[in-house]
Design a protein around this ligand. Structure first.
Ligand SMILES: *Cc1c(COP(=O)(O)O)cnc(C)c1O
Length: 293
């Protein structure tokens, strides 16, 4: 299967954490694979296994022009010698951004569809059109979220919990697939806190409940910074400071928003004293390359 390097769990030390008497641990999953990084590795794991078992030679998946999921899937297809097609929301813009340049160079075919068509991408009639065009393929949904992705993320959380004990686990949330898996992988002695990066993402509640009946989790909606892909000067300043202080890179779309939110909640005494908080670094640093700061 695809290559995997086990990653370190490091303690972040700071005066603020000391002052509020919390222990903050970071799982450096951004370092698990050079191209299929963070949660995307775990979301793809069982999907790729299924695709190979079923004898598929082509993957089809969906995403926007900056998608970490498209990037990871392109790298996985290359590593496994599979054909792959990325169905991309919106029109082609040239030159290609760093994400799509990589996807294309990895051998993935770029297939652009209108935003309107993209909204309809899960409809059977649209999937049939894709089959008419591309033949047989294994379909991975947008963002890679499905039951097999949840299974992979559950395994990830279970392994982390075997390595270290914690009271809270924090992670950034896009589609909710990773969070659902993490909840499934833990018992009720740990509380999972998800930080959605989309604005007004109340649909996530239902999305997560599709995959888990457990209720040891919550979504913190206050740290989206204006919505998906929106970046403020305050956030950029935070990233620069954080990287200097802890020597850990953050991506502006996901991990920086979560870290900002977490530190803010610590300052607001959200966590009881002597709590241990485990943070998942979900990767996404390929997206950092497009920003000049
Ligand atoms: C895709 C991604 C997420 C969100 O994962 P979901 O399963 O869609 O919620 C979080 N962090 C990073 C870095 C990602 O690339």
């Amino acid at each position: 299967m695809i290559n995997y390097t086990n990653t370190a769990i490091v303690e972040l030390k700071s005066q603020i954490f000391e002052q509020f008497d919390v222990r903050v641990l970071l799982k450096r999953e951004d370092q698990n694979h050079p191209f299929i990084s963070g949660n995307k590795w775990w979301k793809l794991k069982y999907n790729l296994e299924r695709a190979l078992k079923d004898g598929h030679s082509t993957l089809v998946t969906f995403g926007g022009a900056y998608s970490n999921h498209l990037y990871a899937t392109a790298a996985a297809a290359r590593e496994l010698g599979l054909n792959s097609i990325a169905v991309i929301r919106g029109e082609e813009t040239l030159p290609l951004n760093p994400t799509l340049s990589f996807v294309k160079a990895a051998g993935t075919q770029l297939y652009y569809i209108s935003r309107e068509a993209y909204r309809n991408k899960a409809a059977p009639s649209f999937i049939q059109q894709l089959h008419d065009r591309f033949g047989n393929f294994y379909l991975i949904p947008e963002g890679g979220t499905n039951a097999l992705a949840v299974k992979g993320c559950a395994e990830w959380a279970k392994l982390v919990k075997e390595e270290v004990d914690f009271d809270y686990l924090c992670l950034p949330v896009g589609t909710g697939g990773t969070m659902a898996g993490v909840i499934e992988g833990l018992n009720e002695s740990s509380r999972v806190m998800g930080f959605p990066v989309l604005k007004g993402a109340i649909f996530l509640e239902e999305e997560i409940k599709k995959y888990t009946f457990k209720n040891n989790w919550e979504l913190v909606y206050d740290y989206h910074f204006g919505g998906y892909g929106k970046i403020t000067d305050e956030l950029i300043e935070f990233i620069i400071q954080f990287e200097k202080q802890f020597n850990v890179p953050l991506d502006p779309i996901y991990t920086a928003k979560m870290m900002f939110g977490l530190i803010d909640l610590i300052k607001k005494q959200y966590f009881h004293q002597r709590s241990t908080i485990l943070i998942m670094h979900t990767g996404g640093l390929q997206g950092r390359a497009g920003f000049n700061f």
